[in-house]
Design a protein around this ligand. Structure first.
Ligand code: SF4
Ligand code: SF4
Ligand code: SF4
Length: 189
């Protein structure tokens, strides 16, 4: 059921629903912890599909979570970018390319328009522009974009999870080494 709900969600990964991405929101809907009308990017169309899947009545979007608006993509005004990499750290689908102290750029075809990179930018050089790919309203293109975003989000989550495991392992080894060092210095005394 979680997968079926997640397949309906737009994969913008913006967190406006109150969860850290579409899948956590899908899990919350499946468990009854969240309502079906909390996703502004999905809008009424998404709510109707969710209601159909779950066999409940559709309801209007809860605007406490935001308003539905046309799809957009981020764009970096490159001459103003100072290369701080703060945007890189927050992009949920790794759609930003760049390295510390170098100019960054957005990979437009991979940007979901989540806007999460706007606030961390210290020089306000990230702006939103209408997404060119959605102007023809093709549902096939929409689905392909959502699937790509889902794959990139899943890959990023896995990478973060692995990084956290490695970090915890490093900390554990450091602690172990410290305890051994303290024990050996106590023995010598
Ligand atoms: S698109 Fe944004 S608001 Fe909608 S489910 Fe995904 S993370 Fe939540
Ligand atoms: S580039 Fe910015 S707007 Fe686009 S997906 Fe990444 S964080 Fe979201
Ligand atoms: S946050 Fe802004 S200044 Fe920093 S790397 Fe990204 S675009 Fe450039």
């Amino acid at each position: 059921m979680i997968d079926q709900i997640n397949a309906i969600l737009p994969q913008t990964q913006c967190g406006q629903c109150g969860f850290k991405g579409c899948r956590p929101y899908a899990q919350a809907i499946a468990s009854g912890a969240a309502d079906i009308n909390q996703c502004p990017p999905g809008g009424d169309e998404g709510i109707i599909e969710l209601a159909r899947l779950l066999g409940v009545s559709p309801k209007p979007l809860n605007t406490q979570f935001g308003h539905h608006k046309p799809k957009s993509v981020a764009f970096i005004v490159e001459q103003d970018c100072i290369g701080c990499a703060k945007c890189l750290a927050v992009c949920p689908v790794d759609a930003i390319s760049g390295a510390a102290k170098f100019m960054h750029t957005i990979i437009t075809s991979e940007c979901t328009g989540c806007e999460l990179c706007i606030t961390p930018c210290p020089v306000d050089c990230i702006i939103m522009k209408p997404a060119p790919i959605y102007t023809n309203k093709s549902s096939t293109l929409k689905t392909a974009q959502a699937q790509l975003a889902k794959r990139r989000y899943d890959a990023r989550c896995l990478r973060k999870e692995n990084e956290n495991v490695e970090k915890a392992e490093r900390a554990r080894k450091q602690k172990e080494a410290l305890i051994k060092k303290q024990a050996s210095s106590m023995q010598q005394q």
